[in-house]
Design a protein around this ligand. Structure first.
Ligand code: NAP
Length: 273
C-alpha cells in the first residue's frame, strides 16, 4: 500500500514511549522510501523527559536512509504555553506541519474515593485540554494551507466506562465528542480529524495501570493481567505498532474521505454496536 507521506511533517505528542514512539518510528520509516527519492521528511515529537526523548531520537535515527529529520521538543503539555511552544518551534524549524498525532496521556487508575479532584484535573489538563489546545494552536496554519490530518489517540474507556478508571474514561468520552464535533467544522478547510481507540496495548502505561488497578482492588498484578487478557476475544494484547500502522493510514490520502471517525483497535473487546 502506497501511503505517499514523503515530504510531510508531523508532530507526535508523547513521542518518547509507547504508542507515540511507535508512531514516530513508523512515520520516520515512511521517510526511508522518501530518502531514496531524495525527498525530505521532517518529524517532530514532544514529551517531557529530555533524556528519554534523546534516547527516542537515537532509536528513530537508527533506521537507515529515512531522509527524514527528527527534532525533540521537551514540553509539559498540561500547560497551554507548552503546547503553543511545541507548535511554534515545529513551525519555525520546518516551515510547515501536515500531521498532528495527539497522543500524550497518563490518567491514574484507582477507586472513586481514592481519587480526588487532582486525578481528574490532571487527566483533563493533559489529555482533554492538551488535545484541544494542540488543534487550536495548529489550526490557523492548517487552514491557511487548506490541508491537515489529525489523529487523536483516545481509548476504549470513552465508550465503555470502566470502574477504577474514571478520570481516563471521562477524558476519553469528552474527546470522542470533540473529535466528531470539530470534524464537521474542519472539513470545509480540507482538514480531517479521526480517533483511534486502543484497547489494552503493551506499553509502560499499561503496566502502571495494571499496578494501580491491582492496588485499588487488593489483588495481584498477575491476576489483573490474566483478567484483562481473558476479556479480549482475540486473546491478545494490542502492539503499539498496530496503532501506529492505522494512524499512518488515517493521515494518508488513502483515507481522504474519512473524518470524524473512531476506530477501535481492541481485539474485539468493546461490547455493543
Ligand atoms: N496503553 C494502553 O493500553 C492504552 C489504552 C487506551 C488508550 N491509550 C492512550 O494512548 C496514549 C499513549 O499511551 P501509552 O500507553 O503509549 O503511554 P506511555 O507508554 O506511558 O507514553 C506516554 C507518553 O506521553 C508522554 N507524557 C506523559 N505526560 C506528559 C506531559 N504532561 N507532557 C508531555 N508529555 C507527556 C510521556 O513522556 P514522558 O513521561 O517521558 O514525559 C510518553 O512519551 C494515551 O493517550 C493513552 O491514554 C493507551
Amino acid at each position: 500500500m502506497e501511503l505517499e507521506l514523503s515530504g510531510k511533517t508531523a508532530i507526535v505528542t508523547g513521542g518518547s514511549a509507547g504508542i507515540g514512539l511507535a508512531t514516530a518510528k513508523a512515520l520516520y520509516r515512511e521517510g526511508v522510501s522518501v530518502a531514496m527519492s531524495n525527498d525530505k521528511s521532517l518529524r517532530v515529537y514532544a514529551a517531557r523527559n529530555p533524556e528519554r526523548l534523546e534516547q527516542a531520537v537515537s532509536a528513530i535515527q537508527s533506521f537507515s536512509n529515512s531522509g527524514g529529520k527528527v527534532i525533540s521538543i521537551s514540553a509539559d503539555l498540561t500547560q497551554a504555553e507548552g503546547v503553543v511552544m511545541v507548535v511554534s518551534t515545529a513551525l519555525e524549524q520546518f516551515g510547515q506541519i501536515d500531521i498532528l498525532i495527539n497522543n500524550a496521556g497518563s490518567a491514574r487508575a484507582g477507586t472513586f474515593l481514592d481519587l480526588g479532584d487532582d486525578a481528574f484535573l490532571d487527566a483533563w489538563n493533559l489529555k482533554l485540554l492538551g488535545y484541544i489546545r494542540f488543534v487550536r494552536a495548529i489550526l490557523p496554519h492548517l487552514k491557511s494551507r487548506r490541508d491537515g490530518r489529525i489523529v487523536n489517540i483516545i481509548g476504549g474507556a470513552g465508550r465503555t466506562p470502566r470502574p477504577n478508571f474514571l478520570p481516563g474514561g471521562t477524558t476519553n468520552a469528552a474527546l470522542l465528542n470533540f473529535t466528531r464535533g470539530i470534524s464537521k467544522e474542519l472539513a470545509q478547510y480540507n482538514i480531517r480529524i479521526n480517533a483511534i481507540s486502543p484497547g489494552l496495548t503493551a506499553t509502560e502505561r499499561a503496566e502502571q495501570l495494571a499496578q494501580q488497578n491491582a492496588q485499588a482492588r487488593g489483588v495481584s498484578v498477575d491476576e489483573i493481567k490474566a483478567e484483562s487478557l481473558q476479556a479480549i476475544p482475540l486473546g491478545k494484547i494490542v502492539k503499539p505498532e498496530e496503532i501506529a500502522a492505522l494512524a499512518l493510514f488515517l493521515v494518508s490520502d488513502l483515507a481522504s474521505s474519512i473524518t470524524g471517525a473512531e476506530i477501535l483497535v481492541d481485539g474485539g473487546q468493546t461490547p455493543g454496536v
